[in-house]
Design a protein around this ligand. Sequence first.
Ligand code: PMP
Length: 392
Amino acid sequence: TREEPSHFGAGPAQLPTSVLQQASKDLINFNGIGLGIGEISHRSKDATGVIENAKSHLKELMKIPDTHEVFFMQGGGTTGFSSIASNLVAAHFGKTGEVAPGGYLVTGSWSKKSFEEAKRLYVPAEVVFDAKNFNNGKYGYIPAESEWQDKVKGKKFSYMYLCENETVHGVEWPQMPKCIRDDPNIELVADLSSDILSREIDVSQYGVIMAGAQKNIGLAGLTVYIIKKEILDNISKASEDKLHELGLPITPIAFHYPTVVKNNSAYNTIPIFTLHIIDLVFQHLLKKGGVTAQGAENEKKSKLLYNALDANSQFYNLPVDASCRSRMNVVFTLKKEGLDEKFLQEANALKLTGLKGHRSVGGFRASIYNALSVEVVEKLANLVETFAKQNA
Ligand code: PMP
C-alpha cells in the first residue's frame, strides 16, 4: 500500500491506487487459476476475456457507435504517428485509387512530430497551418477556422490529423474544427494520448482516435485505437504491390490495422497485464459515474487552478491563450526570475510532485489527469495563491 500520491507528472502518470492494488494481486494469481495474468497464453480464455472486457468497457464509456471498432496495439503515441501515416494513405488509395497527402493541423510539438514522421516515411503530407506562425513564433494559440479553411476546401486529403491536447505546450482543441468535422470526404484522425476519457466526445466525428495509455488510462506499452470500420475495409482493398510501386510505405504487419482487428488485438503477443490495468481503470471510471462525472470533475479542477493563476496575473505568466487552454496540462511560468526552485521546494514540502515544466517550455506544468482528485488540485491552487502573495 502507499500514502495517496499527488503527482502532477505529464506521463507516465499517477493511477488510482485501488487499481494498482487489484493489479498486483492479479499479477501473481489471476482469477484463482494459480498463474499470473502475464504468464498465460494471449489466446487463452482468460486473456481473451481481458481483451473483450477492455473493449466493451471502453465502448460503454465513450458511447462508441457500431460504425467504429476498438483495438489495442503495442507501442505508444510515436508508434501511432508512423502507423497512422502508412495505414491512412493506404486507406485513401484503397477507396479512390489515388494518392493524396495527409493534412496536419500543427498546434504544438506532438502534432509537429507526427507530421515529420509521415514525411520521413515518404507518405505525402502537408502542414495546413502551423499555429506558431499565428502567435509570434510560439505555441499557445489555435487560429480561427476562417484563417486556414481555404487551404482545405475543395482539396483532396487522405486524412486530416490533429493532436487534441498538446501535452508539452498545454494547448487543447476546445472542439473539433467544423470545416473538417462536417466534410464527409475528410477523415479526421486525432491523437488523444493526453485527454482521452477526460470529457465527453462524439466518436462518430472521428475516422481514427489514437491514444497512448500512460496518462489517463494505464501503463506505457499499449495504444488504444478507435477506427471507423469503413477505413479498415479501405486499407484491406489497397494492393501492397501498387503502394510499393508508387513509393509508399508498406505497414509492418504488427501495425497493419485490419490484421490487428481481424485477430482481436492478438495477432502477436499482446502485453495482457498492461491491458488488464487499462481495463481496471475503465471499470474504476464506470463505477465513478463514467466520463460525464469525470468530465465535470476535470472542469472543476482546471478552473480551480486557472482561476488561482489568473487572479495573480501580475506574478504568473500563462503562455496559452484562454480560448485553447488545456484542462489536462496547465502550463505557467513565474514573471520574476530566480524563484522557480523555491516554488518547487515549497510544492515538494506539501508532497506535490512532478511540477517541473517541460525542458522546451520551462517554468511549471501541472498535469491534472483523471486520477488526480479535486482536493489535490485545491492544494496546488492554494500554493499558487500563497506563493504569489509571499514573493510579490
Ligand atoms: N502524443 C501525445 C499527445 C503525447 O503526450 C505523447 C507523449 N507523452 C506522445 C504522443 C508520444 O507518446 P510515446 O512516448 O508513447 O511514444
